[in-house]
Design a binder for this molecule. Structure first.
Ligand SMILES: [Zn+2]
Length: 87
């Protein structure tokens, strides 16, 4: 089995919001700005996300919520769900 040293470390930046119910991070997009201040993509018109925590699963509108730029923690091991819906 051949495993790269970096295979378990995701150094990319993600856009995320905090779940209003359980306060866990909900990753919904990959940030191509690589941590820079510049954001070349405008925020979506409507941002409806479902919490990725199985025990929570709250679906809410995060259009006006504060969007954070985060790097995934290796311990989390959660994959982003394609729950972004525009319109
Ligand atoms: Zn939640």
């Amino acid at each position: 089995m051949k495993i790269s040293r970096w295979s378990k470390t995701d150094t990319r930046w993600y856009l995320a919001v905090r779940c209003v119910k359980c306060e866990s991070h909900i990753f919904f997009a990959l940030d191509h700005g690589d941590g820079d201040e510049d954001r070349n993509s405008p925020p979506p018109e409507k941002l409806v996300l479902t919490c990725t925590l199985a025990s929570c699963g709250l679906r809410a509108d995060y259009t006006s919520a504060a969007i954070m730029r985060l790097q995934k923690q290796p311990a989390l091991g959660t994959a982003p769900r394609g729950t972004v819906r525009a319109g």
